[in-house]
Design a protein around this ligand. Structure first.
Ligand SMILES: C[S@@+](CC[C@H](N)C(=O)[O-])C[C@H]1O[C@@H](n2cnc3c(N)ncnc32)[C@H](O)[C@@H]1O
Length: 279
């Protein structure tokens, strides 16, 4: 299959509204998810001179965090389907002079060179494949034998109250609610740890470990509306509402997230999986 034949809906999303929201909110998101950087970058020893792949690298935070640890000769390659997110990642690498470069491609189908990477990392970039076993088999071929895989993905929405509170609060004003389909590509596609273990094993990875991690996240309360209208699920649900209803939904959503606001900061705990394996 060609790259264009799979993952079309996700590719459209990440090159459209999803991608532009993540580009516009890059600083907010990177501050919010800063706690994941050391956890993932640890896949690579300080001063490492090998090649590392960041899957679904987006605007580049994890690839840049890895690149900061690398020694002479080391390089981190970020792969993503989103042109606007890659363009920002590329600019950030150029500005910092870090050994990170970015490549356009679908991790599920990209024709990687075999045995090319000494480690593979990802922060929230692997839950969007139409065929996750095929994608992870493709990534395993790209990894050198024994190379570590280290990634983060969301656990169940029930454990991630911050991610659901806004929509729950705004529900009376909304025409529909996002239904959680655990098998559809999306934020919570890896919510079931047993399913993730099976995907990695079926794709040929060894020493599979999928363990819960709870990571403290924080962003400025000034950015709460940005989160609600562009990044959270509310933004898309409210798209077709008239302005009055939209404002009522937004006010209710703000109220729903009030328990997470402390002074000038919004704080919550991200209930995630740390997924590890060896090629
Ligand atoms: C939730 S964002 C995370 C971005 C980045 N890793 C971060 O933490 O800031 C998901 C990313 O996965 C990318 N993505 C989705 N499907 C992909 C695929 N099949 N191959 C490569 N990247 C993909 C999206 O374009 C997007 O950049």
């Amino acid at each position: 299959m060609t790259e264009a034949a799979v993952n079309e809906e996700q590719i459209e999303l990440w090159n459209g509204l999803g991608g532009s929201a993540w580009v516009d909110a890059q600083e907010t998101l990177d501050r919010m998810f800063a706690g994941f950087e050391p956890i993932l970058a640890e896949a690579v020893p300080e001063g490492h001179s090998g090649r590392v792949l960041d899957v679904g690298c987006g605007t580049g935070a994890t690839a840049l965090a890895v690149a900061r640890r690398l020694g002479p000769g080391g390089a981190c390659v970020g792969l993503d389907v989103s042109e606007p997110m890659l363009a920002l990642a590329q600019r950030r690498a150029a500005e910092t002079g870090l050994p990170a470069r970015f490549q356009h491609g679908d991790a599920q189908t990209h024709a990687f060179e075999a045995d090319a990477f000494d480690a593979i990392v990802s922060r929230f970039g692997v839950m969007f494949f139409s065929d996750s076993v095929a994608a992870f088999a493709n990534l395993r071929r790209a990894a050198k034998p024994g190379a570590p895989l280290r990634m983060a993905a969301w656990r169940h929405p029930k454990e991630n109250g911050f991610m659901t509170a806004a929509v729950r609060a705004a529900a009376p004003h909304l025409p529909g609610r996002p239904s959680f389909d655990p098998d559809a590509p999306g934020q919570f596609a890896f919510a079931d740890g047993d399913k993730v273990r099976a995907i990695l094993r079926d794709a040929g990875w060894d020493r599979v470990s999928v363990e819960p991690i709870d990571v403290a996240c924080r962003f400025s309360a000034v950015d709460l509306d940005l989160y609600l209208t562009r990044l959270g699920p509310l933004g898309r649900l409210a798209e077709d509402l008239d302005e009055d209803t939209k404002q009522r939904a937004l006010a209710a959503a703000r109220e729903g997230l009030a328990p997470y606001v402390e002074g000038d900061a919004v704080r919550y705990t991200a209930a995630c999986w740390l997924m590890e394996a060896r090629a």
